[in-house]
Design a protein. Structure first.
Length: 401
């Protein structure tokens, strides 16, 4: 009789939402360990998008929607940024009629359609025993939905905003902070040469961690965050004092994209919303720049101070991962496999109190993770507090401390 090698089962993995450095190392960690433990690994392309596009016919070419992963394929990508599986913001439970795959157009005819039935059928057709989604709270919220429908899900948190509840750390955050510090330090030479204010808009829709940590590390004089609406005149006064006190006559503020001026709303690039109901943020940096320039004569002997206004944006989420975003994804991926090998699912792998752990996946949708303003943010100085560091986690602040 021929010696036929049988697998223990099939594991599916996908990446959804925004790309960050560290996704490919996570895919690599899951794949290498799973293959060595005797599993087949399928990588779904374009996040949840690949899972709704599959045509359940063995003769059909579905290579644009999923692929079998090998050690060679993940090793080549494992040291790089982004995600070689690609990503999307597809939400299978809320698919617009125009975005329903062609082969399902006759079946799903509502303005908004729930394709969860198709996702589950596709997973069953492929024989997927466990599904590992890697993403932020949007991507993982649909993972929670699938779990309630009986799919065996083990989730890995990823977002440069570091705002997935239940974990101190999300893949991508360290590289984002590192990039922000480096880019700010590069731009300060221009600000100093021209004695200007430097206004840098950074990512952060609802949580200000990506502005707080670089400021805490000394990259900026001030930061404004989504959790606390700020007064533009007060900010100008603080930045003016910082500039005067600086021998190079410049000062820097980091502006979270979700920050708001008192009495105002978030600034959006346009009214178009993604599948999770989010419009693309952008423009608060421009508004802050115009405001402090207009106010600057009041605090500079009647003279206007000019601005360098830069949106850091994708520069902070591109390129190779740093050391932490190479190590943590490796550990998260292997922790996910530990759970699967023990028949455990419905969990989110996490870093808590400096240790790797896992918590119920429902935490993703049951709470919000934002900056604890009274504890960490001085609303008068528009700057993080520097005190009570004992027993805090590596990156200082989470909503649970």
């Amino acid at each position: 009789m021929a010696n036929i090698k049988k697998t223990k089962g099939t594991i599916g993995i996908l990446t959804g939402g925004g790309d960050v450095p560290g996704l490919n190392p996570a895919i690599r960690a899951v794949t290498v360990r799973a293959l060595r433990e005797g599993y087949r690994v399928i990588g779904f392309r374009r996040g949840w998008g690949g899972l709704i596009d599959i045509i359940r016919d063995k003769k059909h070419d579905n290579s644009d929607n999923f692929m079998d992963l090998s050690e060679n394929s993940v090793n080549r990508a494992g040291r790089t940024g982004g995600t070689f599986l690609h990503s999307s913001r597809t939400r299978p439970s809320h698919v617009k009629k125009s975005q329903v795959p062609p082969h399902l157009q006759d079946t799903y005819t509502e303005d908004i359609n729930d394709l969860t039935k198709e996702v589950i059928a596709n997973l069953d057709w492929l024989g997927v025993d466990y599904l590992i989604p890697i993403g932020g709270d949007d991507t993982l919220s649909y993972g929670v939905h699938l779990y309630t429908k009986g799919v065996k899900v083990v989730a890995i948190p990823k977002t440069m905003d570091n705002d997935v509840p239940g974990t101190d750390y999300c893949i991508g955050f360290s590289t984002c902070v590192t990039r922000t510090i480096n880019l700010t330090n590069n731009l300060r030479t221009a600000a100093g040469s021209h004695e200007r204010f430097l206004v840098l808009e950074v990512f952060g829709r609802y949580a200000g961690f990506t502005a707080m940590l670089p400021t805490l590390a000394g990259a900026a004089h001030r930061c404004v965050i989504p959790e606390h609406p700020f007064d533009i005149e007060h900010l100008t006064e603080l930045l003016s004092a910082d500039r005067i006190a600086n021998p190079s006559k410049y000062s820097i503020v980091l502006v979270s994209e979700g920050a708001t001026i008192k009495g105002g709303d978030m600034h959006f690039e346009n009214a178009e919303k993604d599948a999770y109901g989010h419009a693309k943020l952008g423009g608060i940096g421009d508004r802050v720049s115009a405001g402090i320039k207009e106010m600057s004569p009041k605090f500079n002997n009647g003279k206007t101070v000019n601005i360098i206004n830069q949106k850091l944006g994708y520069m902070t989420r591109s390129g190779d991962p740093d050391a932490i975003d190479s190590i943590v994804p490796m550990a998260f991926g292997n922790l996910a496999l530990d759970l699967i090998l023990n028949g455990i699912h419905g969990r989110l792998v996490v870093l808590k109190n400096g240790r790797y752990d896992h918590v119920p996946i429902e935490v993703v949708t049951s709470s919000k993770k934002i900056v604890n303003v009274p504890k960490y943010y001085d609303t008068q100085r528009l700057h993080p507090y520097y005190h009570n560091f004992e027993m805090l986690p590596l990156f200082i602040m989470t909503s649970e401390y």
